[in-house]
Design a protein around this ligand. Structure first.
Ligand code: BES
Ligand code: MN
Ligand code: ZN
Length: 502
């Protein structure tokens, strides 16, 4: 989909479709009002018949409205004017794009960015409009067979051009900047979704390394991929332990975006890259196990965020570290009771081979020390317990540094990709005691997402660190099964705010 910004009169637009908002109680937005006047009250007449529900995101397509050069007018409900918040705005945008996309219209002019949404400026409204629009039309069909792809249907081809109209010429510059930002985030989200949705026989650790290579070439970033022999030299016994049951070789991917001041300490992002999690010898039950292809969504979010910040040419130094491997049961796999020695020197008793994410992340966190980071954020589909605690709306946020946690929460709020600050008190650490090693890799059923974070914190004591548990937010199950691309919007906004501070 192509976008452009414009400032024009609604009633004069020649387009396949005009998109205008209507508040509950049939109050017209400014653009809808202009169309209503030009059509001699046609919109008011139609609305009086009651075909448009008041709930934000309801839509009604009108054809050949009298007095207008446009072919169609799509009315979108904004809900109650007093209650118009970020959520309702996004719902209205999503529904309108879906409705236009499934109509015969190939282009459209949307007037929704003119709607006042709390304290948000035009840049934010346009960025969100572009992000939500691209999210709404995303499709993953690269694995469909040739026959399905080539099938000629008479179904609408979908929207190709979307003009975002702003209220005045003075707003065009800020709107253009917002559009650039929104498109960059959407490109990162789309990459993260693709990587997540790819089947695990395609998206292997080697494939992730190749994708990182392609990114580094396309955007002038530095890349290093460490293989098994190099991981052995570094003493990454914990990461190597997880990978030893798999035929796929492990990779440690290290990507660097160096667009900040020379000598500026980098922000390091560490992403869990388990390209398939069977549980290992502590085998998972069969139901929905296919979804464990999404266990590399932390890694995908790091690559997606690097694509977004590269697109934006963000003036910041950032390092992405991705430990990637499979967790498989095998004659050579680690067993419950095995003790691994991590790169930090701390020993770990593996009481459950399904708690493998922390075992690969701990060595990546130790590796991060060499970059003398300003902050380290790891992103991981780490625990089922986090899904029980927070469901699918919020990512779990844990940190050893309150100011860093606040920064991430604010970034999530602004990007509408939210997280919730979870407790990580010292009191929970005792659940990781082991009779035979420095620690166990599990802490029992109680507070499972917290003890997982506590485990990681033992490898992150040399810098400001935060951990995002995205087990509930990285993908959707059921009929809408698919990757969400979260938390690319949160991470990109976090880095953007950091870059703005210099
Ligand atoms: N990748 C899973 C976490 C997961 C499970 C995410 C289900 C989303 C949905 C992780 O490796 C795992 O298996 N964690 C275990 C830890 C337990 C053994 C302490 C879990 O959550 O059950
Ligand atoms: Mn697991
Ligand atoms: Zn896992």
């Amino acid at each position: 989909m192509e976008f452009s910004i414009k400032s024009g009169n609604p009633e004069k637009q020649r387009s396949d479709c005009l998109v205008v908002g209507v508040y509950e109680s049939r109050k017209l937005s400014v653009a809808a009002e202009a169309l209503d006047t030009a059509s001699n009250g046609y919109l008011t007449t139609v609305l009086k018949r009651g075909d448009l529900a008041g709930k934000a995101g309801s839509t009604l397509m009108l054809h050949s409205v009298p007095g207008l050069p446009a072919e169609r007018v799509l009315l979108v409900s904004l809900g109650k004017e007093r209650e118009l918040d970020e959520k309702h705005y996004r719902q209205a945008v999503r529904a309108s794009v879906k409705a236009v996309n499934s109509s015969g219209a190939a282009d459209a002019v949307s007037f929704l960015a003119e709607i006042a949404v709390r304290k948000h400026d035009i840049g934010w409204r346009v960025a969100q409009l572009a992000e939500v629009a691209l999210d709404a039309v995303y499709k993953f069909d690269q694995m469909k067979g040739k026959a399905a792809k080539d099938k000629k249907t008479d179904a609408p081809k979908g929207i190709r051009k979307l003009v975002i109209n702003v209220a005045s010429r003075e707003e065009i510059k800020a709107a253009e900047a917002g559009l650039g930002h929104g498109k960059a985030v959407a490109a990162g989200v789309s990459l993260a979704k693709d990587l997540g949705n790819l089947p695990p026989n395609v998206c292997t650790p080697t494939y992730l390394a190749e994708q990182a290579k392609a990114l580094s070439k396309a955007y002038d970033m530095q890349l290093q991929v460490l293989d098994r022999a190099e991981l052995e030299k570094l003493g990454m016994g914990s990461f190597l332990g997880v990978s030893q049951g798999s035929r796929q070789p492990p990779k440690l991917i290290v990507l660097q975006h160096k667009k900040g001041k020379k000598g500026q300490k980098p922000v390091v992002l560490v992403g869990k890259g388990i390209t398939f999690d069977t549980g290992g010898i502590s085998l998972k039950p069969g139901a929905e196990m296919d979804e464990m292809k999404y266990d590399m969504c932390g890694a995908a979010s790091v690559l997606g965020t690097f694509k977004a910040i590269a697109e934006m040419a963000l003036p910041i130094n950032a390092v992405g570290i991705i430990p990637a491997c499979e967790n498989m049961p095998d004659g050579n796999a680690i067993k419950p009771g095995d003790i691994l020695t991590s790169m930090s020197g701390q020993t770990i008793e593996v009481l459950n081979t399904d708690a493998e994410g922390r075992l690969i992340l701990c060595d990546a966190l130790t590796y991060a020390e060499r970059f003398e980071p300003a902050a380290v954020v790891d992103i991981a589909t780490l625990t089922g317990a986090c899904v029980i605690a927070l469901g699918h709306h919020l990512s779990g946020l844990f940190s050893n540094h309150d100011a860093l946690a606040r920064e991430l929460l604010a970034a999530g709020e602004s990007a509408q990709d939210r997280a919730w600050h979870m407790p990580m008190l010292e009191d929970y650490q005792g659940q990781l005691d082991s009779n035979f090693a420095d620690m166990a890799n599990i802490g029992g059923r109680a507070a499972g997402s917290i003890t997982a974070a506590c485990f990681l914190s033992r490898f992150a004591d040399k810098y400001d660190w935060a951990h995002l548990d995205i087990a509930g937010t990285a993908w959707k199950s059921g009929k809408e099964k698919g990757s969400t691309g979260r938390p690319v919007p949160l991470l990109t906004e976090f880095l953007r705010q950091r870059a703005a501070k210099g």
